[in-house]
Design a binder for this molecule. Structure first.
Ligand code: HEM
Length: 496
């Protein structure tokens, strides 16, 4: 009996070994170069250790294989293509987008994962239809409303700075921007006033923080899902923690309910969703409750952390480059001409500030790699056809610091963008092509308004806690990485 069990165990091991050997010879058979995989984990060793970020690991591959058009690697068991050739990046994101419409699948289909089913994780024709609908959120009219919301809150931002600067001349930017831009986004998306909705404000702030710095257990559960997606589907296991569904489920119900009671004119997210839940809406456009929850959650999570972090990086960079800061201030002064309020029309005239934001995003792109799934098989050349279902990775961060595309990449030179010195073809902090970030214009308006206001009132300097270079917290699989000790600067009230 013992002999039989031992033989069976041996058989299982041999079968698993043969399976893995065959799996990991996929790229070799096709003659595609790439890093050597390890059994079961493929090329994910550095990710599992949580000591390196995805863009940093991939940048090492990028440097090693810089002269190849692409390489193959294994996302655990899954062969994945890593694209280096700029023409191929352009084809995948733009010209041949129809073959690569989707982001890779991230969710399992359980209730708590349903909260992730927002635009980013929608596929094919459904994504296309919803993308069109939600574009209305960012119409010129709505962006002017955004400008009024920002104007309304700018004075309270300055009060926060004044309050803090009474006891010290240094501030930690991420914390202040988190509070400030949360007020703006919840007003823009949900029509909420943080002064009256303090409880919701602090809960949303807490959830956003947990999302961007998930505990180790969340990361491990998610990793397991990436290795064994089919098992998760079969056993109906969730990859994502339940707390987001629990909160946003009720939050969405309450917002929609109170909107039905009041007559509100604004075309915000809640109004749009409300319209798509009305009787008689065609099946294709209709939004059922779980999808409504996903959009209410998704727009918040995709917008808040990204804008608050980028604004903080820009102010931090300005503290390190006083001449660039002076140039921004001169532009802001010239456009505002002594007026206090920063408006939609005034930020539209601040071109140098656009350059400063772009140069900051070049160095600190929040999604350092972009991903696509092949939705229709795609022939690259006689040797390689990307099969339907294969994921493709595009190295945004590596392109941003490649001297061939951005000469002297280590230098902070906003003029790259304003003097048309650089081709913007490989600049992709907001992604590329039809799947690019839907909130890009929102981001520029909100970031420019806040930065212009700060720069016209304060001189920013490095302080005792300002770190260069920044050290990043690598224990995150979601959205962005954090500077370990925050972003500190010294601020002095400007004498006008
Ligand atoms: C500095 C700020 C921001 C950055 C750097 C950023 C970056 C990105 C990137 C890189 C993508 C993926 C694009 C691709 O795959 O090609 C994306 C997608 C997305 N972003 Fe943003 N984002 C920002 C702000 C916002 C804001 C303010 C909103 C909403 C108000 C938003 C909502 C979304 C959504 C919904 C998607 C998915 C779009 C789709 O799949 O159709 N983002 N963003």
């Amino acid at each position: 009996m013992l002999g039989l069990i031992t033989s069976l165990i041996c058989l299982v091991f041999v079968a698993a070994y043969i399976f893995l050997k065959r799996r990991y010879s996929y790229w070799k058979k096709l003659g595609v170069p790439g890093p050597e995989p390890a059994m079961i984990i493929g090329n994910m060793k550095e990710f599992i250790s949580l000591k390196f970020t995805e863009p940093n690991v991939m940048h090492e591959w990028y440097k090693e294989y810089r002269n190849e058009p692409y390489i193959g690697y294994y996302n655990f068991l899954k062969p994945t293509l890593f694209v280096i050739d700029p023409e191929l990046i352009k084809a995948i994101t733009e010209t041949d987008f129809n073959h690569f419409m989707d982001h890779p699948e991230l969710i399992t289909g359980t209730e708590s994962d349903a909260v992730l089913g927002f635009l980013f994780n929608m596929y094919g024709a459904r994504w296309k239809a919803k993308r069109q609908t939600f574009s209305k959120l960012f119409s010129p009219k709505r962006l002017r409303e955004l400008s009024s919301i920002l104007k309304e809150h700018n004075n309270s931002l300055l009060r926060q700075f004044e309050e803090q600067l009474k006891s010290t001349d240094e501030v930690e930017l991420l914390k202040i921007m988190e509070r400030h831009l949360l007020k703006v986004i919840i007003s823009f998306l949900y029509g909420l006033d943080s002064n009256q909705d303090r409880e919701r404000h602090s809960k949303l702030s807490e959830l956003s923080e947990i999302f961007s710095r998930p505990p180790g257990s969340t990361i491990r559960r998610y990793l397991l899902f990436v290795v064994f997606p089919n098992l998760y589907h079969k056993l109906r296991l969730s990859a994502f923690p339940h707390l987001y569904w629990d909160y946003f489920n009720n939050f969405t119900r309450e917002l929609l309910h109170s909107r039905n009671l009041k007559k509100v004119e604004r075309e915000d997210l809640i109004a749009l969703i409300g319209k798509m839940q009305k009787e008689g809406i065609p099946e294709t456009d209709r939004i059922e409750h779980p999808e409504a929850v996903a959009h209410v959650f998704g727009f918040f999570i995709a917008s808040h952390h990204t804008t608050m972090t980028t604004v903080s990086y820009v102010i931090y960079q300005l503290s390190l480059y006083p001449q660039i800061q002076d140039k921004v201030r001169t532009e802001v002064d010239n456009v505002l001409k002594g007026q206090d309020a920063v408006t939609y029309d005034s930020v539209m005239q601040m071109n140098y500030l656009d350059g400063v934001i772009n140069e900051t995003l070049r160095l600190y792109p929040l999604l350092g790699v972009l991903k696509r799934t092949c939705t229709e098989s795609y022939k690259i050349n006689d040797k390689l056809t990307i099969p339907k279902g294969m994921d493709v990775t595009l190295p945004a961060y590596s392109c941003h610091i490649d001297p061939e595309y951005f000469p002297e990449p280590e230098k902070f030179l906003p003029e790259r963008f304003t003097d048309e010195q650089t081709s913007e073809a490989l600049f992709m902090p907001f992604g590329k092509g039809p799947r690019t970030c839907i909130g890009k214009r929102y981001s520029y308006i909100s970031m420019k308004t806040v930065i212009a206001k700060i720069i016209s009132e304060y001189i920013i300097l490095p302080g005792t806690k300002t770190r260069t270079p920044l050290m990043f917290d690598t224990k995150t699989f979601f959205i962005t990485v954090h500077p370990i000790d925050g972003l500190h600067v010294k601020m002095q009230k400007r004498v006008k």
